[in-house]
Design a protein around this ligand. Sequence first.
Ligand code: RP5
Length: 165
Amino acid sequence: MKKVAIVMGSDSDLKAMQGAMDALKALEVPYAVRIISAHRTPEAAAEFAKSAWGEGYGVIIAAAGKAAHLAGAFAANTLLPVVGVPMKSSTLDGLDALLSTVQMPSGMPVATVAIDGATNAALLAAQILALSDGALMERLAAYRTAQTEKVLEKDRRISEEYSNL
Ligand code: RP5
């Protein structure tokens, strides 16, 4: 099975990215976690992206904050799908990172999720891998059914506790 790379610009992004690790673990998708910076370790970033396909990765998740260029720097050096996660790590609450990540020029796509949207990044990565992995598609379907059940259960509980009919 192809692996997912969860790459962060800094260890200060680690906590916000826990949701991606949790989701991939729940879906039994193998993943590596790395700290690579488009600005502080630019050569490592280029090298990682160039070798990622050969190393068995199927999707790269790139999380970065502030003037966030990590996802774009990866996209420039690989044909693997890159999912960008803007981090809420700045005085601008992540809006700077969102715009830096999402506004890629035509020809260089990055699939950008919400600010701190680690879980969705992982689910999107899993959905991409599931296109050629039926067992993973079934695990994704079960994940979604469980999520639906949880919300229905909350509705039952809250409705019972708070309604005044
Ligand atoms: C980005 O700058 C990182 O992704 C992080 O979100 C932000 C701040 O990094 P630190 O100064 O906390 O290392 O490169």
